[in-house]
Ligand binder design. Structure first.
Ligand SMILES: C[S@@+](CC[C@H](N)C(=O)[O-])C[C@H]1O[C@@H](n2cnc3c(N)ncnc32)[C@H](O)[C@@H]1O
Length: 154
């Protein structure tokens, strides 16, 4: 069996730019697939007033996010689901954020394509979604951020 993707946090300036590029608005739902320590979730809730849902499999990180959400009094806006991101519910996502390997992105590509067809914006840190053409790409802190606004295949 392959090793799971490790937890490597997105630097905060990159998080800010990802959410700005995606045009997150108050009341929208942001879904972070593989949410790590929840920094994208907390930024989406604190800076934009968005609802934020993360999927994560590492128990220590899930516990950390739940505790922080309570302390910050953001537990009504920030939720974390202890589940494999490949089974995530994407139906209500206005914005999906990603910092995953190309292999994992390939595995969830059909679900991402469906989300794009329903108007969801997708922003990916560091890795392109294999087979899809980004609407925009921008360098920040030496990493590229890819924004997908519509379904365009290579
Ligand atoms: C590179 S980190 C990114 C964390 C966060 N999204 C960020 O940008 O700061 C990837 C995260 O995905 C989680 N992860 C890896 N495979 C997963 C899976 N199949 N289901 C849920 N989470 C997963 C890892 O535990 C890790 O926390």
């Amino acid at each position: 069996m392959k090793k799971p993707v490790p937890f490597v946090p997105t630097p905060l300036p990159v998080v800010y730019r990802m959410l700005d590029l995606a045009g997150v608005e108050e009341g929208e739902t942001v879904v972070d697939l593989g949410c790590g320590d929840g920094r994208i979730l907390f930024t989406a809730a604190e800076r934009y007033g968005a609802r934020a849902v993360g999927y994560e499999i590492r128990p220590g990180l899930i516990e950390y996010i739940r505790r922080s959400a309570k302390v910050k009094r953001l537990d009504d806006l920030v939720k974390v689901v202890n589940a494999d991101l490949r089974n995530a519910s994407l139906d209500n996502a206005d914005v999906i954020t990603l910092y995953l390997t190309s292999d994992l992105l390939s595995q969830i590509r059909p679900r991402l394509e469906k989300a794009l067809q329903h108007g969801t914006r997708i922003v990916s840190h560091g890795f392109k979604i294999p087979g899809l053409i980004p609407s925009e790409a921008e360098k920040r802190n030496g990493k590229i951020i890819y924004l997908y606004r519509r379904l365009e295949k290579i």
